[in-house]
Design a protein around this ligand. Structure first.
Ligand code: GLN
Length: 548
């Protein structure tokens, strides 16, 4: 069951969800990495969906996409950004995907005629997948985040996998509980430990006790409170680590190290390491935090919900990419959300765009707010406001250009208007069948594809290379039948698939516009704080020039 020499760290949540388990897991990975230990990170989502691809971003946040096309939880993006590693399908699982493979094995007679029991079969499948991910990544340590909160039904079988592993090899498994610690009192500074104690009781009920507790609170936890949790929850001294709110998530590994987390984990896993070296990371955080010059960037979206829904979660990779690029050139971007429907209701409000240094239209689906987005793009093109279109944002820029420059009145995407006289964006031939058969799960054009860049174009200069690999997630594509006509009118397709059939980047020449560029792929999925994405860097540089 356990592979020799693999070490396992599990991260579970207590008291309530949304307290930053993903960032905590990624930060633990960063800490170990900074000591020369190779790690890999996995996310477990307890829902029945086989992957995150069928979920609305307003429900669950952004759908992150890996190189191999896996549609997964946004936390996978955090792992990739913190660890600067490309993860694979093996690093992500849901209740649905685990059951699916066990059922497939059963159908293939792989259980030798035996009755297949939920326990231990499901936990064994979970452990097998973790082992596979570690071997594939050539890592020593697997950090596995279990979604949800302890005490729920949904994640019980995942916790059982932790128990099964830990009971066999206690020195190879560390269980970290990220627990929310509320504050009361007049100044809001009296941290209350009782909910955490209850969360630990819930873990006890499934045969587990945490080895380390990360105390998530809006302020650092004082010694007295730490001692109380240690005593009440049977932890060793030093095993409660402060996890206060931060203004920049990349500070979290640094804070954890200041509280001794790396040493505690290594001691428990009986591992030795070289001395920690976080210099590059600290320098990056310092640069980001000390940038005082501001850039005002507008993101035009439609996923504006209310209530529990956090808007930032739908566009987290876009936001992070802007921050990485801004930090790299010593700017602090201020992001403003612009509701595309507002521009449909009140076209005069387009004037407001003059106050922005740059505008982004990110990915999306369906017809809501589309005409508003197109009028924003037109305004940016005509008024030389830097414009960056991501996936749908690229398709809509092509539509805008077709309608207003290339004289194709009524041009559209067939996603919105099946009868448009100029289907400049059309469903990809191989996608037609999927839509007809309602075969929606994991059937888009997904994952990394190569593109060849046009020598001397803005894109090529930004990347300073001629072939790129970028991640996709879409069913529609620029219609190759219109490519020539659009190029004749002045649009440049500066990136295309190696066979020349798929237009992957559209831009206006520098002589016509300071920055007007759209990508059919999602560059935001590959930006890392230590390695900002070249197109985002080119975009923020154009924003700086506009400001001046
Ligand atoms: N709706 C468009 C398509 O499916 C764009 C998708 C996206 O922006 N991710 O092609």
């Amino acid at each position: 069951m356990q592979k020799k020499s693999i070490k396992y760290i599990f991260v579970v949540g207590g008291v309530m969800s949304g307290v930053g388990k993903g960032v905590a897991s990624a930060s633990i990975g960063k800490i170990l990495q900074s000591r020369g230990i190779e790690v890999t990170a996995l996310k477990i989502d307890p829902y029945v969906n086989v992957d995150a691809g069928t979920m609305n971003p307003t429900e669950h946040g952004e759908v992150f996409v890996l190189d191999d096309g896996t549609e997964c939880d946004q936390d996978m993006g955090n792992y990739e950004r913190f660890l600067d590693r490309d993860l694979t399908r093996t690093n992500y699982m849901t209740t649905g995907s685990v059951y699916l493979s066990v059922i497939q094995k059963e159908r293939n007679l792989e259980f030798g005629g035996k009755q297949v029991e939920v326990v231990p079969r499901i936990p064994l499948e979970i452990i097998e997948r973790i082992n596979k991910a570690v071997i594939k990544a050539d890592a020593k340590v697997a950090i596995t985040e279990v979604g949800g909160t302890v005490g729920e039904y949904e994640n019980i079988l995942f916790l059982e996998a932790v128990r099964m592993l830990k009971i066999k090899n206690p020195h190879d498994v560390v269980l970290v509980l990220v627990s929310y610690v509320p504050a009361l009192g007049a100044g809001g500074n009296e941290l209350k430990t009782k909910p955490t104690q209850h969360a630990v009781r819930s873990l006890n009920a499934v045969g587990l006790n945490p080895d380390i507790i990360l105390a998530r609170a809006h302020i650092p936890m004082d010694e007295k409170r730490k001692e109380k949790i240690e005593f009440m929850c049977s932890l060793e001294k030093g095993d409660v680590i402060s996890a206060p709110n931060v203004s920049n998530i990349y500070e979290v590994p640094i804070n954890f190290e200041n509280d001794g987390l790396g040493d505690r984990i290594l001691k428990k896993l009986k591992m030795s390491s070289r001395p920690k070296d976080m210099k590059e990371w600290r320098d990056m955080v310092l640069k980001m935090n000390s940038a005082t010059k501001r850039l005002k960037i507008g993101i035009v979206g439609k996923y504006f919900g209310t209530g529990e829904f956090v808007l930032e979660d739908s566009y987290i990779s876009v936001i992070e990419s802007i921050r990485h690029a801004g930090g790299a050139i010593n700017y602090r971007p201020e992001i403003v959300w612009l509701n595309s429907e507002q521009f449909e209701k009140d076209p005069k409000s387009l004037k407001e765009l003059d106050t922005f240094d740059g505008i982004i239209v990110p990915g999306g689906f369906g017809s809501r707010g589309i005409e508003g987005k197109i009028s924003v793009i037109k305004y940016c093109r005509e008024n030389k406001i830097p414009y960056f279109g991501l996936c749908y944002g690229m398709q809509l820029a092509v539509i805008e250009f077709a309608r207003h420059v290339a004289s194709m009145k009524g041009a559209n995407t067939t996603e919105i208007d099946a009868k448009t006289p100029f289907p400049v964006v059309d469903i990809m031939p191989e996608q037609k069948k999927n839509l007809k058969e309602k075969n929606f799960g994991a059937t888009m054009r997904l994952g990394a594809y190569p593109a060849i860049l046009k020598e001397g174009s803005m894109a090529q200069v930004a990347y300073s290379q001629s072939e790129i690999f970028e991640r996709h997630r879409h069913r529609y594509e620029v219609n190759p039948e219109y490519a020539e006509k659009l190029e004749k009118a002045g649009l440049v397709f500066s990136g295309a698939s190696p066979d020349g059939r798929l237009m992957e980047i559209a831009e206006l020449p520098r002589t016509k516009h300071p920055f007007f560029l759209g990508t059919q792929f999602h560059p935001e999925l590959k930006s890392r704080p230590l390695n900002p994405h070249p197109l985002f860097v080119a975009f923020v540089k154009a924003c700086v020039l506009k400001k001046k």
